[in-house]
Write a protein that binds this ligand. Structure first.
Ligand code: SD4
Length: 304
């Protein structure tokens, strides 16, 4: 039975399309690529692909990754410019034994050589927001708070499981900064025998807990996707709080080998979309009080 889950409300339309591919017997790979490309190509989503908000130097640096849970191969690009669909480059890099994670110019050259479409990812709107932010002194941390990554996990009828991520990272980040999204084990992990996980939020924090690997590892030891998400996030939050930090801004999704899914967040509310045995719906995980990361996955509403 196919299943699919994706992060944030912005993934909903793409996930609907991806899930239709799965229902028609298509592959998890095609479902994930289609779903993520919908988000990358939509200029209204200002944290992924075209229209993504720029780094401090006014340029858009893209991170993306792909992992095949049946082969444990991954591919990814980081800090790369002008690749219209970063997820396509990541997918093409997955399966290589070496040189599967390319940064900057190497990633751009690979995309050109593969014949992938290139484009200036900036829009008038995103540049206007960047210029406006430049005028504000010391507002970068606020800019950092407004950022989302699209993560998708799909399981198809053939037992293939794929996870993909794509982001333009943090608004006003330093050029060259890389978040968790293309980092295996942190932003994503997939082992078809046990399940897959992906993360969104402040990459610097997510990487400290290797959150996605930790979640898959907990599912391997018998936890449900919901339990695994909550436990992994809770452990990291507990460490942060014991170090005198706040709980941070992190959200995670997961799916096990049976297609059951779950999520957890430190936010008040974290929307995600998912489908299994039914049409895709939008759900909300809810964070608890400081030090806790409870997810209720209560249904938000049926339509975006
Ligand atoms: C990053 N994790 O670059 C990404 C950004 C993100 O919600 O997902 N924000 O750190």
């Amino acid at each position: 039975m196919p299943a699919m889950i994706g992060t944030w409300q912005m993934c909903f339309e793409g996930l609907q399309e991806g899930y239709a591919i799965l229902q028609n017997g298509g592959t998890a790979g095609d479902a994930v690529q289609t779903a993520i490309m919908r988000v990358e190509d939509n200029a209204d989503y200002n944290s992924v692909g075209f229209g993504g908000l720029p780094a401090a130097d006014g340029r858009v640096y893209l991170d993306a990754a792909w992992m095949d849970g049946n082969t444990l191969h991954m591919g990814g690009i980081m800090s790369a410019e002008n690749i219209r669909n970063p997820i396509r480059a990541a997918r093409l890099l997955c399966g290589r034994e070496t040189n599967c994670l390319l940064a900057g110019r190497g990633a751009e050259r690979f995309a050109v050589e593969q014949g992938l479409p290139m484009r200036d990812m900036r829009t008038e709107k995103s540049l206007a927001q960047w210029r406006e932010e430049l005028q504000k002194a010391n507002r970068q941390m606020d800019a950092y708070r407004e950022h989302d990554t699209v993560c998708m996990i799909a399981l198809d009828d053939h037992g293939s499981m794929i996870v993909g991520t794509s982001t333009s990272g943090l608004f006003m980040k330093e050029p060259g900064r890389v978040g968790d999204s293309p980092i295996i084990g942190s932003g994503f992990y997939c082992d078809a025998r046990f399940g897959a996980a992906a993360a969104t939020g402040l990459g610097e924090d997510i990487m400290r807990g290797c959150l996605s690997y930790e979640i898959v590892s907990l599912m391997k030891r018998g936890a449900s996707p919901d339990e695994a998400c909550q436990q992994a996030l809770y452990e990291l939050v507990k460490s942060k709080v014991s170090l005198g930090e706040d709980e941070g801004s992190m959200s995670v999704i997961a799916m096990n080998a049976q297609g059951q899914y779950g999520a957890a967040t430190t936010l008040r509310i974290f929307p995600f979309a998912a489908a299994k045995n039914a049409q895709p719906r939008l759900y909300a995980a809810r964070g608890g009080k400081a030090g806790h990361a409870a997810s209720s996955a209560a249904e938000l509403k049926n339509e975006p």
